[in-house]
Write a new protein. Structure first.
Length: 184
C-alpha cells in the first residue's frame, strides 16, 4: 500500500509541475533544408544562433499549439525571417520591419512549422529549396557578426508532457487500487 501511495504522490507532483520555457541555443549548424532543420525539443520563447561563412541559413522545426504567433529578430546584421509549414510551403516572410530587424505575426493552426533566418538579400522567392544555393554569410556593415536571436510571443513546443505523465500515473494508481481490492 505504501508503494501505491508513493506512486500517487509522485503522479500528483508531476501534474502540478508546469513546463518552464527556456532559451534554445543552436547546436552546430541548424541546417538549411527540411531534412536538416534543427528540431527544437523543449518549450522555448527564444532561439539563439549564429550564421557565418558557408553557414548562411539556419532552419528550425518546431510545434505550435495554435493561435496568435509572432516572431522577431535581434542581430547585428540585416536578417530575413521565413515561416513555412512542416512540409515547406511558405506562410510568411519579412525583411526590415523595425529598422533592419524582421518580424512575422499571424494566427497559426496547431501543428509543425519551420522557421528560417538568413542574411539580406537572398529570399529565393520564399522557396525552401532555394536555401541550398545560399551564398556565404558576409559581414556587410563592418561592425557586426552573425549572431542572432529569434523571440516568440509564446512558447513553441510547449507540449504538456508532465501533465500527461501525471494523469497516466493517477490512472495506474487507480488500476492498482482496484486490483488490490479484487485480490484482498
Amino acid at each position: 500500500m505504501k508503494k501505491i501511495i508513493a506512486a500517487g504522490v509522485a503522479s500528483l507532483a508531476l501534474i502540478s509541475t508546469a513546463a518552464v520555457a527556456g532559451p534554445y541555443t543552436e547546436t552546430g549548424d541548424a541546417g538549411q533544408s527540411i531534412r536538416t532543420a534543427q528540431t527544437i525539443t523543449h518549450a522555448t520563447t527564444t532561439i539563439r544562433g549564429s550564421l557565418g561563412g558557408a553557414d548562411s541559413v539556419d532552419m528550425f522545426a518546431f510545434n505550435w499549439k495554435g493561435g496568435a504567433f509572432t516572431a522577431n529578430t535581434s542581430s547585428a546584421f540585416d536578417p530575413m525571417l521565413f515561416l513555412f509549414t512542416g512540409t515547406g510551403t511558405k506562410l510568411a516572410f519579412n525583411d526590415d520591419y523595425a529598422g533592419l530587424q524582421s518580424y512575422i505575426g499571424m494566427n497559426l493552426a496547431s501543428g509543425k512549422y519551420l522557421m528560417a533566418i538568413n542574411q539580406f538579400s537572398h529570399n529565393y522567392n520564399g522557396q525552401v529549396s532555394g536555401f541550398a544555393n545560399a551564398p556565404a554569410f558576409r559581414n556587410s556593415n563592418g561592425n557586426g557578426n552573425g549572431n542572432y536571436t529569434i523571440n516568440f510571443n509564446s512558447a513553441i513546443n510547449a507540449v504538456p508532457e508532465p501533465a500527461s505523465l501525471g494523469l497516466l500515473g493517477v490512472a495506474m494508481l487507480g488500476l492498482a487500487m482496484v486490483r488490490r481490492r479484487k485480490n484482498g
